[in-house]
Design a protein around this ligand. Structure first.
Ligand SMILES: [Zn+2]
Length: 337
């Protein structure tokens, strides 16, 4: 029987993943276009390796308008002392680099949402080619994968690290131990609206210890949220035995997203008036927000109520909302797993 070998990745790395020391380079992805006939997308990458030990893959800007990951990872790449490393750290601070440069969630080249494009295609769009490289080349190197997210320009989150419930309970326990080690102010047992096509799912299906985050949002990052990302990265690398030194452990509050009742979606366009702040406790039936119709006075707002008891874990930004947008996420307070 004739077997077709999988097509090789379109991406060429300029770093040697087997070399020791610190390397700064690129993942070069050919992208022929009007202003550059034989041009490439140049995705920054740093590899730091020393001695024998596990490999961590750290990625930011999977969505281009989320900034804690890039801020913490560009800093780490610039400051990491290889003598403090035992193993290998692969840092890609701006994974969907075209989206990162445009300050948009999705790629300006093909509108590709990288975290809905996995496992990708070697002969697909630019975004699908990035996903394919991550899935077939980078994740297989890794023992532990940390993929940073926050709310981007349309959501704002309580700062949390998260893992998912998994069919393999041993793997699930190792993921939640890594979340606890990250030591964000909140730790989440996370439910996805749609897990298909995510880096998360790809790494988890390959048996990796996987941690993600939602560290804020609103299209920016604060000193506080960047500090959480910086400390969490160091803590996770120490937990994995890759970085020397003592972790900086802080109290964390465990949250759960037990069902789709966590999510509230707007049914009409309008102006949002939130009735509670991120982190506030809410009871089932409490009004989370009122949405006023635009363009005319004298019309009652639509009130959106909490479907469950919990705390407000995410809210829509900015102040106007469209039908179908996610208005809020309520998470329940729970015990550590
Ligand atoms: Zn994201």
């Amino acid at each position: 029987m004739l077997e077709t070998a999988p097509r090789p990745s379109a991406i060429t790395p300029t770093v040697d993943f087997d070399a020791k020391g610190v390397q700064h380079g690129h993942l070069r992805l050919p992208y022929s276009r009007d202003d550059s006939a034989w041009g490439s997308v140049m995705i920054p990458i740093c590899v730091v390796a020393n001695g024998d030990g596990p490999t961590a893959l750290l990625t930011g800007a999977n969505h281009g308008d989320e900034y804690e990951g890039p801020a913490a990872l560009f800093e780490l790449a610039q400051t990491l002392d290889p003598t403090q490393v035992k193993g290998r750290i692969i840092i890609v601070p701006a994974l969907n680099y075209p989206a990162f440069r445009a300050g948009t969630r999705t790629s300006p080249i093909d509108r590709g949402n990288l975290n809905r494009s996995f496992p990708g295609r070697p002969d697909g769009t630019v975004t699908e080619k990035i996903a394919d490289y991550v899935a077939r080349q980078l994740i297989p190197f890794a023992d532990i994968v940390l993929d940073f997210h926050s709310g981007g320009k349309t959501l704002d989150f309580l700062p949390y690290a998260a893992a998912h419930e998994l069919p393999d309970k041993l793997q699930e326990a190792r993921c939640f131990q890594a979340v606890a080690a990250f030591s964000a102010p909140y730790s989440m047992k996370m439910l996805e609206i749609d897990a298909v096509g995510m880096l998360d799912t790809t790494a988890e299906e390959m048996g990796k210890v996987f941690v993600t985050t939602e560290l804020g949002g609103a299209g920016t990052a604060s000193a506080r949220s960047i500090d959480i990302a910086r400390r969490g990265t160091g803590n996770l690398l120490r937990h994995a035995g890759i970085l020397k030194g003592a972790p900086d452990v802080r109290p964390t509050r465990w949250l759960d997203m037990p069902s789709s009742d966590c999510f509230t979606f707007a049914e009409d366009d309008g102006l949002i008036a939130f009735a509670c702040n991120l982190g506030d406790p809410v009871n089932e039936g409490d009004v989370i927000a009122r949405v006023y119709p635009l363009g005319k006075t004298g019309i009652a707002p639509i009130s959106y109520a909490a479907a469950i008891d919990g705390v407000l874990a995410a809210r829509h930004v900015p102040g106007l909302i469209k039908a179908g947008d996610c208005l809020s996420v309520i998470a329940t307070v729970t015990e550590p797993p």
